[in-house]
Design a protein around this ligand. Structure first.
Ligand code: GDP
Length: 423
């Protein structure tokens, strides 16, 4: 069974929590895109964990975790993330963490360039997390950066770095008027943070194909949602990689395999980090109340997230782009106490109601059309059966199912591992 667990919205749908829950059923969990620009928060009996790079299955000792070919890896960040988990008693060995030899290394100068460009843009900035993600993906496609396999040949690192930096310093020095990046510094960084990871590096394609042929179950874990996909998201306010499920086998290292199931994680309301069009957005007191109730602050950056009611137009598009076979709705408990539940059912574009997700300037001009469904109250975090939910909560879930045209299999009613309902 090959299952992808992916975001339907703008990211931060609670994927980390669902992957942590679902990963019990899978032998292998793989990340297939992105870097440490987003965070998963997982709360379980061992504590609260923020995972930026490591797959969420890392918290289960019996699960093998793969960092796939499509990822960009900041070695320093990964080293610290591994150390902080080890401090909390999580064992991390090459037996249960495997890093693709084809994954791209995110260098300190990628981070530097990310910051220099955001500074240059000043008030026109994109809201980059300044973790170097766009610059490193750009270099990947320029075919001018190092991959994990290069760490297995330390004797050639200096020569490779010399060539890369000769090119990169043209931009750093002449473009941004910054001090040149020194080969010695980058070599030292790779030796400190890269070489000790050598035992984790392997051909994840060979490993995964062998294990899948042997009947192992595998889960692909996305970072960021459909609306952040480089091609299908709210470009240019997207991530720099393919976040959608269709890319999962490619980004994990097994492009010839097909997914059996795509579980879309969809939040009971909307949230969005950073800049860009967010049609259903709330402002003022309405936004503050929802943000506080949902704890909507970025896991990687601590930035307050923009929030809004459930967006039918965007979510239906997200479900389609992901090819979701079923849905997990998260954070239903956060809506408890609202007299009426706001739902953005349509967009208004140039005086007309539309039900498709527009692109570019049309998306920027779109206005939300809100309707209200009856609210529910009381603590629902203890509900374990659908029938235990207040009637209005049940009706809301059924409404969502119809609205995005996809069956709902799970409802998360709290942050803890067991606080969910399976339909
Ligand atoms: P991710 O990147 O998609 O994993 O999303 P976040 O990092 O934003 O994590 C979502 C946050 O909401 C975390 O703090 C989770 O523990 C929490 N969370 C997830 N699902 C639920 C839920 O159903 N109810 C509540 N109250 N919190 C949840």
């Amino acid at each position: 069974m090959l299952t992808a667990v992916v975001g339907i919205n703008w990211g931060d749908e609670g994927k980390g929590r669902m992957v942590d829950l679902l990963s019990a059923q899978y032998d292998i969990v793989a990340r297939y895109q992105g870097g440490n620009n987003a965070g998963h928060t997982v709360v379980n009996e061992r504590g609260k964990f923020i995972l930026n790079l490591l797959p969420s299955g890392i918290l289960r000792p019996e699960t093998v975790n793969v960092m796939g070919t499509g990822m960009v890896i900041d070695l320093e960040h990964l080293t610290h993330e591994i150390a902080s988990l080890r401090e909390k008693g999580i064992e991390i060995t090459p037996a249960h963490l495997k890093i693709s030899d084809k994954a791209t290394i995110c260098m300190p100068y990628h981070k530097l360039l990310d910051g220099l460009e955001e500074d240059r843009l000043a008030d026109r900035k994109f809201g980059s997390t300044r973790r170097g993600i766009a610059p490193v993906y750009a270099d990947k496609y320029m075919k001018k950066t190092l991959r994990m396999a290069d760490l297995l040949h330390p004797e050639t690192l200096r020569e490779k770095l010399e060539q890369l930096l000769e090119w990169k310093n043209l931009t750093v020095v002449n473009g941004y008027k910054h001090e040149p990046i020194l080969v010695e510094d980058m070599l030292a960084w790779l030796e400190t943070y890269g070489l000790p990871l050598a035992d984790f590096i392997c051909d994840t394609g060979i490993y995964l194909n062998r294990e899948i042929d042997a009947g192992k179950n595998m889960m692909f874990e996305a970072q960021l949602g459909a609306l952040r996909d480089i091609d299908f998201g709210i470009y240019p306010y997207t991530s720099s990689s393919s976040t959608i499920a269709a890319y999962a086998p490619i980004g994990a290292g097994i492009p010839g395999r097909k997914l059996d199931r795509v579980i879309g994680i969809m939040k009971a309301y909307s949230s969005c980090v950073g800049e860009g069009p967010f049609v259903c957005e709330f402002f003022g007191a309405q936004a503050e109340a929802l943000r506080a109730a949902g704890g909507e602050y970025g896991a990687a950056t601590g930035r307050p997230r923009r929030v809004g009611g459930f967006d039918v137009v965007a979510s239906r598009y997200g479900v389609q782009m992901q090819g979701a076979t079923d849905i997990a709705v998260t954070k239903l408990d956060i809506l408890s106490g609202l007299e009426k539940i706001p739902v953005c059912t349509h967009y208004e574009l140039d005086g007309k109601q539309i039900d498709f997700f527009p692109t570019g300037d049309a998306l920027n001009r779109a206005k939300p059309v809100y309707e209200y469904l009856p609210g529910f109250s009381g603590d629902i975090t203890g509900c374990r059966k659908f029938s235990q939910l207040p009637q209005a909560a049940q009706d809301y879930v059924r409404y969502l199912e119809q609205a995005v045209n996809c069956p709902i299999s799970y409802i998360s009613v709290g942050a803890d591992r067991e606080e969910y309902i399976e339909m």
